[in-house]
Design a protein around this ligand. Sequence first.
Ligand code: XLS
Ligand code: NI
Ligand code: NI
Length: 437
Amino acid sequence: MAAFPQVSKIAYEGPKSKNPLAFRHYNPDELVEGKPMKDHLRFSVAYWHTMRGTGSDPFGPGTMLRPWEGPQDTVENACNRVRVAFEFMEKLGTPFFCFHDRDIAPEGKTLAETNKNLDAVVKVVKEEMQRTGIRLLWGTANLFSNPRYVHGAATSPNADAFAFAAAQVKKALEVTKELGGAGYVFWGGREGYQTLWNTDMKRELEHLARFMHLAVDYAQKIGFDGQFYIEPKPKEPTKHQYDFDAANCINFLRAYGLAAHFKLNIETNHATLAGHDVEHELEYAGHQGFLGSVDANTGDLLLGWDTDQFPTNVYLTTKIMLAFLKYGGFTTGGVNFDAKVRRESFEPADLFYAHIGGMDTFAMGLKIAAAIRADGELDRMLRQRYASWDSGLGAEIEAGKHDFESLERYMLQKGDIEPNASGRQELFENVVNRFIF
Ligand code: XLS
Ligand code: NI
Ligand code: NI
């Protein structure tokens, strides 16, 4: 029985459409910069929010109406939910999904039983993937919900927690490989701390690095060739998460010899929590060669929490797509909606509205970003600002032809610098607005 009998496949109807169950901008096969939109965007549904989000908050229980859910989360219920998920994604037209091991299958009493449950559900996932052609963008393991991870997983002071996490990631890698996943994500979960009084930071970071090396080794051993990612987040649940932001993660990867094996999965709301704009994170990862994938959502500046709202701001998606177009687009990554409908949006139809809105906003961002690039004015203005580096002294410095002594000689002779030019921030912003309105 269909879970969404009222909804048929969401179609592109163009910008004038008022049909709430249609795309106004996302037209999968439309070419942008010579490539179909669907390949630029590589949309993915996050199983944990869309299929497992209950709408609970610290002040009250879940509110979501999910008629397909049984009274208990048995393996049978989990398998049935997989079919619902694929019906949803098929109708929506997202080519990818992402999941944690614990999203898709219930935990058993022992690790062995849990793995058995997972295998049973993965079998159905695989069938549904084959039936629909929907692929796995990345897999991951939930190393933060179970109370055994109260002090962290790889960074726990309890070596057994490290071992359990290792066993869990081993299995998650096997499953991700089995499903042909294009990647595997590590989000830090509870890898961080609340107070340094009870924390040996150096040791914890060394353990985290050891854990990542073990994962890389095992992936090689089983022939999993998907891309590994770290997903930076500065806080929540711990006060100091170790994977703070892009720059911090890149330093960690380089310091511990992991740089060749990882890229970053950048999430808008995490950038906000780190006190950055997401474009800062993307640009930093991009020029350092670590740009991998995106967890698409947005926070609320009035709430200090990872609220994971669906992105509806065209400026935001324009900036994200400008960054990806600049660095050559997604290869293994994609736009994964790590976003949840509000507690008040409890009907199944809201899942469609939310994703349609997010997909359309990204499609608009892509088209606007491509138009900005085709026009070239913004880029010309940016290059003009650095013109002093294109010839003469600037070019000589960049070419390594100067030292402090030669620069002193130059300035002593010249007396003072060429007058500075205006930064023209407002004009830059006006130029961007030409493409948005
Ligand atoms: C939490 C993270 C999480 C990861 C996957 O804030 O965004 O959802 O994306 O573990
Ligand atoms: Ni995320
Ligand atoms: Ni998040």
